[in-house]
Design a protein around this ligand. Sequence first.
Ligand SMILES: Cc1cc2nc3c(=O)[nH]c(=O)nc-3n(C[C@H](O)[C@H](O)[C@H](O)COP(=O)(O)O)c2cc1C
Length: 346
Amino acid sequence: MTPPKPITLADLEPLARAAMEPAAWDYYAGGAGDELTIAGNRAAWDRLRLRPRVLVDVSSVDMATSAFGVALPHPLVVAPTASHDLAHPDGELATARGSAAAGALMTLSTISSRPMEEVAAAAPGSPRWFQLYPPSERDAAADLVRRAADAGYGAIAVTVDLPLPGNRERDLRSGFAVRMGVHLPADQAVDPRTGLVVLPTMTWDDLAWLRSVSPIPVVAKGILRADDAQRAIETGCDGIWVSNHGGRQLDGSIATADALPEIVEAVDGRALILVDGGVRRGIDALRALSLGANLVAVGRPVLWGLASGGADGVERALGVLRSELELAMALAGCPTLTEVTRDLVV
Ligand SMILES: Cc1cc2nc3c(=O)[nH]c(=O)nc-3n(C[C@H](O)[C@H](O)[C@H](O)COP(=O)(O)O)c2cc1C
């Protein structure tokens, strides 16, 4: 008997788990400390109730949007996650192909098992960003930014919430250490316990410097406060990515759904806004868009797709979310994203 077709993202999770080494699975699934923030991200989306509009013609729903002048068929984004070779031998090449097939903007992590140029070549012409953990040496950091721009990455998402890795206790117990990937210099400082990259001296000055050397837009990833969003914009950032790193950094951090409104208010249309963390349903994406996010990103669900079915699995995971968002927009009376307004959630 053929197993039932996965129809939700939650259906994909056990398939991925069964396909992975237990310690690698725990690295993907886990968070910091008691994993309060992982649970909090989910709970905060669930608290938001939708206020659907009726008697609107929704015979066609158009989710089209754009990011820094690049047209996108929908607002769903692949968040950067490390070491896709843990999920599938083709690693980020499969993720790039699956994302492209699903029309999703893919953000490639610095901690990638494949060089950014190869990932770009795997899905030519599809929209992609590069996530940067800046090497300590500025020349090396500038080199990665230049390589990304040359390879057609449309923006640099600088991760600002990882001065040190959070205490991911599942990994401490299993002894799992993720490899550093192909982009960082071999002498990059790492945490002795976990082997993870550390950036303890990175400050706003470094972000300003990165902005000054980047020929492409810069997005600050990992913002949870209005004052930091304001400062990132003053530093020249073109985008604000509201994130608590999927609950993997400071446990007890505010849920992204709770942080988003004050940040949207502070940004006041001056920058592109993304949000991630616990988005598992089309209605979560609709909630995020209603609160004022321009784009909505997912991390772990893409890995579930990758582990369970390679590029096809990534396409399936993103396709599930996309179809759910489309239906949610229709049922909420929103034929386009313009109608997805703040009054849709309470
Ligand atoms: C296994 C894993 C690895 C990650 N690696 C990175 C990374 O290399 N760089 C980064 O900026 N964020 C990284 N993140 C955080 C994601 O970009 C994103 O913020 C988070 O996964 C969103 O939450 P979700 O998984 O609940 O969708 C990682 C997350 C996971 C689960």
